[in-house]
Design a protein around this ligand. Structure first.
Ligand code: GRF
Length: 214
């Protein structure tokens, strides 16, 4: 029996995707992965409260704590390496990872975006801005996208999507709630699928930058 894949979750806020993932993995026998670390750029996010309750180590690592970006990058790589982290799950993480981390974990960094990429993504497209943009564009559907993180915002290869309808009378808040429900189904399922691939040695050491299905 292979050991579960060791996951670090990165979260800036309430961490509902972190909780949804933990609930699924924790409730399984022979789970393919295990969350061993929660990292945040913020001093006291909701995600840390949950990590405490769940007995998961949490750690604040922010560029603000370091004199330069390289020192910050080194600290991140050290923290991940020391704990043998094999898979990074970005769950509402509001910062771009340093280039060295993206290179070291290429193909092993998952992100979830609350829209159907490549639509409504990119720099500045986060939180309610995404759902406002979907409504302003008159879309009839939206959804959640899980993709691999690369050096840009929301441009890495798409791994999975779940669609939800945009309903008449939707506000950014009602749409966000519908998309979040989809996120909580899609992310755990996709993380588990990716962890299985890692365990089977199917994840190539590098992946291309193009926005394509893998
Ligand atoms: C989610 O909508 C996620 O897609 C986005 O930020 C939100 C985070 O929510 N990137 P949570 O912290 O997981 O509750």
């Amino acid at each position: 029996m292979k050991e579960p894949v060791r996951i670090a979750v990165f979260a800036s806020g309430r961490g509902s995707n972190f909780q949804a993932l933990h609930a699924v993995l924790h409730g399984m026998e022979d789970a393919p992965a295990n969350i061993v670390l929660c990292i945040s750029n913020n001093p006291n996010p909701g995600a840390f409260e949950f990590a405490r309750e769940a007995g998961i180590e949490s750690m604040r690592l922010s560029p603000k704590m370091y004199d330069d970006e390289q020192e910050y990058e080194r600290s991140l790589l050290w923290a991940l390496g020391e704990r043998d982290i094999e898979l990074i799950v970005l769950a509402g993480y509001m910062r771009q990872l340093p280039g060295g981390v993206v290179r070291a974990y290429r193909g092993r960094i998952l992100n979830i975006h609350p829209a159907l990429l490549p639509l409504h993504g990119g720099r500045g497209m986060f939180g309610m801005y995404v759902h406002e943009a979907v409504l302003a564009a008159g879309e009839t559907e939206s959804g959640a996208t899980v993709h691999l993180a690369d050096e840009e915002y929301d441009t890495g290869p798409i791994i999975a999507q779940e669609r939800v309808p945009v309903l008449p009378g939707d506000t950014p808040e009602t749409l966000a709630a519908r998309v979040l429900e989809a996120e909580h189904r899609l992310y755990p399922a996709t993380v588990m699928m990716w962890a299985e691939k890692l365990r089977a040695g199917e994840i190539p050491p590098t992946v291309s930058n193009g926005q394509k299905r893998v």
